[in-house]
Write a new protein. Sequence first.
Length: 276
Amino acid sequence: MRSSVEIYNVRTGRAREVWQTDKLVEAPNFSPDGSYLLLNGDGLLYRLPLDGGEVVKVDTGFAVNCNNDHGISPDGTKIVISDKTEFGKSAIYTLPIEGGKPRLITENLPSYWHGWSPDGRQLTYCGIRDDLFDIYTISVDGGAETRLTHGEGRNDGPDYSADGQWIYFNSSRTGLMQIWRVHPDGTGLQQVTSDDYGNWFAHPSPNNDMVLLLSYDPSVFDHPRDLDVRLRLMDMDGGNVKTLFELFGGQGTINVPCWSPDGDEFAYVRYFPVNF
């Protein structure tokens, strides 16, 4: 066994296994109606029905090198992907929810999608420009990108709050990777966490009442997979941080928005060691 896709209920404190596979799969998103999870594996996307149905491959056209930075629009009509097939570097595309031809959104590369604004009009992502990792936004129709951070350490993993007032992201600007937030217009920068973990991939809940994050031991650089990590929950302002559970995971566990539509649950991937 390599991957276990699981769902945790924050109200009951209980988790359930949804699907286990010998393949490496990553980054589950809930569909807006809560009926399936969208996952990636082997450069492709898959739908995992939550009623026990068969896993179905999504038609992503020429894009067959998708990484784990993908998601679904708030209205459920589009999928967003990050794929390197066309240019050799990750670009962001959208395509119809049923699958089809990808439409290029970002001309500047590489770009890695992480969040969709609640009104459906903007995307936020990590862009690497001149070796600087920064947070950007762009219209869902493409065009000029807006830079929100300016090379203060490595900035990555942005995601919108449900009210659209904040973009949460992780930054190493103080040394250890911590969670920060900024308004979509680039104002109001605030540090949200300040502790002895390397904190990544903050995902505000749909109810705007809590934030999920993944935390590494402080000695870990970047966000590798196959390590002992912990999933933690905190208030929107960083208060009342608590560890929900520890697991073998990391990269691929919760890279992208993973909350259920009602905010009661989130999906994640637990991994098992590779036996050589």
